[in-house]
Design a protein around this ligand. Structure first.
Ligand code: ADP
Ligand code: MG
Length: 343
């Protein structure tokens, strides 16, 4: 990347935008061979990595650069949230096409990517403490984010802690992210709104999903969950993971699902809204289980908590509709709504 802006200049720009290089969580940030993090006493670390690949996880003609940066960090933060952990720092490996830094428009794209990433980092007090930068050999933007978090030793919320009889809850609303994406894909390119900021929470669930970091920590701190997972691939798929790891089945009560208002905006009708809520991915809400004896608050950190079903003995996962009819809930279904492959 030796054109208008070189790799060193880019790293310098990332560094100057990264904020205070030293704080209580990061003893040494960008600029050395490693970052040094401070682990709170009697805590262990949680580590997660997530790709953000152009053409697979985002499309430059659909997602504004601020959204791409936001979503890259949101994917990692959501995993940290699902463990009930507290984020310590983020690391970003970024490969950019050679021509990107050679044009003013390309440089603006990169700046805006970091604007989106940093805004979400600031909201959750997560500094960007390092990364790597390279020229992409493919003409595509490729990013990988690493999040480091901490949780009190032995207390992180796992997928495997659920027991038959536990009640299932979700945060927020479901299906909005897939609905927003489908709507955008059906519009002509010059009719695609490209919000460069999140706006009111929940209004752009695809462009600016809100990872439930505070809620995850509250669940852990207040002993409110036996098991948890974040909804990155869709309720049907992620519930199957939780059930598999916990060695249980589940029942979902269809008419209790908190359906995102965007799913009913188009002429798709209620059936498609339910399908988006069950199978649409990338909502980044939390799904968690709790013993039936626990009195669950109706909101946590200002976000509604909805009871949607329960864990049962055995392996079968099913949905009960309003009239009590039962059907199996198979993981997946996303492909039905979108050409966007998942990963
Ligand atoms: P090294 O060659 O020792 O791996 P680099 O020259 O790649 O170091 O990086 C210099 C510093 O800039 C390091 O602290 C690294 O973590 C940071 N850095 C490089 N690329 C990024 C990036 N995309 N985002 C955040 N920090 C970065
Ligand atoms: Mg080095």
């Amino acid at each position: 990347m030796k054109k208008i802006m070189g790799e060193l200049a880019l790293i310098e720009q990332i560094r100057s935008g990264a904020g205070a290089p030293r704080n209580r969580k990061v003893a040494l940030g960008i600029g050395d061979d490693c970052a040094i993090l401070r682990l709170p006493k009697a805590h262990e670390i949680g580590v997660t990595t997530d790709f953000t690949l152009e053409g697979r996880h985002f499309h430059r003609d659909l997602h504004p650069p601020e959204s791409v940066g936001h979503r890259a960090l949101a994917r990692g933060l959501s995993d940290i949230a699902a463990m009930g952990a507290r984020p310590l720092a983020a690391f970003l490996s970024l490969a950019l096409p050679a021509d990107m830094l050679a044009t003013r428009a390309g440089q603006r794209w990169v700046e805006s990517f970091f604007t989106g990433l940093r805004a979400l980092g600031k909201a959750h007090d997560v500094p960007l403490a390092g990364g790597d930068t390279a020229e992409s050999p493919t003409g595509l933007v490729l990013a990988d984010i690493v999040l480091i978090g901490s949780a009190p030793t032995g207390r992180a919320l796992r997928r495997s802690g659920g027991r038959a009889g536990d009640v299932l809850y979700v945060t927020g609303a479901l299906g909005g992210s897939a609905a927003e994406l489908v709507d955008l894909q059906h519009r002509k390119p010059d009719h695609r709104p490209a919000p460069s900021t999140p706006g009111k929470p929940g209004t752009h669930p695809q462009m600016y999903p809100q990872p439930r970091v505070e809620i995850g920590q509250a669940l852990l701190r207040r002993h409110l969950a036996t098991a948890a997972i974040d909804l990155s691939d869709g309720l049907s798929t992620d519930l199957a993971h939780l059930c598999h790891e916990s060695g249980v089945g589940a029942e979902i009560f269809e008419d209790t699902l908190p359906i995102h208002p965007l799913t009913t905006k188009s002429p798709r009708g209620r059936d498609d809204a339910i399908r988006l809520a069950l199978h649409g991915g990338e909502d980044y809400e939390l799904l968690f289980a709790a013993p039936a004896s626990i009195k669950m608050p109706s909101t946590l950190a200002g976000v509604p908590i909805t009871r949607i079903g329960r864990l049962v003995r055995g392996k079968s996962v099913s949905v009960l509709d309003a009239s009590g009819r039962r059907r199996p809930l198979k993981p997946g279904g996303w492909e039905h709504f979108s050409a966007q492959p998942k990963g």
